[in-house]
Design a protein. Structure first.
Length: 309
């Protein structure tokens, strides 16, 4: 028995080694296959991105060609029809000028909404972590600070109070950071809001910014849809006492609007706070599940217009 057992041990060992070698070879081949597939997917992804970018640029350039054709046709028509020469030459100049602008201002790089949303998601997660760890309220108050510390940001700060019955910090406490005044009710966190830079861009695009809440809300919502393309649609309704506005939002490019200092609600609140010179409190309102006209409702409120003017 011992001899047979001894004689079979090397054979079993050899078979185990052979099996291990086969498994190792199989694993190595599978790993190489996976690497090859990964390389192919990476190349395909890069190719698709390049094609997408070229398609977007081609769309702008086709528009430029269309403007140029209209300009040339209007110029030729001006030569043939002397009675309407002035108007036709004006159209020709406008068409050619628009063609030049459209062609040379075609963006070379496009950032998709998904990429931008993921960048903001990190900020939202960080903000919610701070809110939870510091025991802050689920409430955002946007305060006009009066003096801009940076040309890229509107002079507005986001204040997240520690207590439900809170007191607003004074101007000397509006530097970004923790606010720990003598009055405990004024404790909280002051941050640079995400909408501050957006509002600066908005100001550079608008000749005259309205002062009344309704007209200002109209300008801000138009910018969200037309200029920044952050939403598909947004409507608003002024409160009967004119001390608040409810915004109904559809098709957010940055995901759910109820996250920490969301760019859409932040831009609206910053614009109202800066122009009305009032602290703006932002609250999310529930939506009716049976009503598919909008996805989110947010309410921006202030105490009075006379106090801040």
């Amino acid at each position: 028995m011992s001899k047979n057992a001894t004689s079979t041990e090397p054979q079993a060992t050899d078979e185990s080694v052979a099996t291990s070698d086969q498994r190792a070879e199989g694993s190595g081949e599978e790993l190489e296959d996976l690497r090859a597939q990964l390389d192919l997917l990476t190349e395909e992804n890069a190719r698709l991105r390049a094609e997408y970018q070229r398609a977007r640029q081609a769309k702008h350039r086709r528009t430029a060609i269309g403007f140029a054709v209209c300009g040339v046709l209007a110029g030729l028509a001006a030569v043939l029809f002397s009675a309407s020469r002035t108007v036709l030459f004006a159209l020709a100049g406008t068409g050619l000028f628009a063609a030049v602008l459209t062609y040379y201002l075609t963006p070379e790089r496009f950032v998709t909404a998904a990429v931008s949303e993921r960048v903001y998601a990190a900020t939202a997660a960080w903000g919610e972590t701070l809110r939870t760890e510091l025991g802050l309220q689920n409430m955002n108050v946007y305060l006009p600070s009066g003096v801009a510390t940076n040309d890229e940001f509107a002079p507005v700060r986001l204040f997240v109070p520690q207590y439900a019955e809170y007191a607003l910090p004074d101007g000397s406490s509006l530097d970004a950071g923790f606010v720990i005044p003598e009055d405990d009710a004024g404790r909280g966190l002051v941050l640079q809001p995400t909408g501050a830079a957006l509002y600066e861009e908005f100001e550079s695009q608008v000749d005259t910014i309205a002062e009344s809440p309704s007209e200002l809300a109209s300008q801000l919502t138009d910018a969200l849809v037309e200029s920044f393309e952050l939403v598909e649609d947004v409507t608003f309704e002024l409160d009967s006492d004119e001390l608040g506005i409810t915004f109904a939002i559809t098709g957010s490019s940055y995901g759910t609007v109820d996250r920490f200092d969301h760019p859409i609600q932040s831009f609206l609140a910053v614009g109202l706070a800066h122009r009305l010179d009032q602290p703006i409190t932002v609250e999310r309102q529930p939506t009716n599940g049976d009503d598919d006209r909008f996805d989110y409702r947010i309410h921006c409120s202030w105490e009075s217009l006379e106090q801040g003017r």
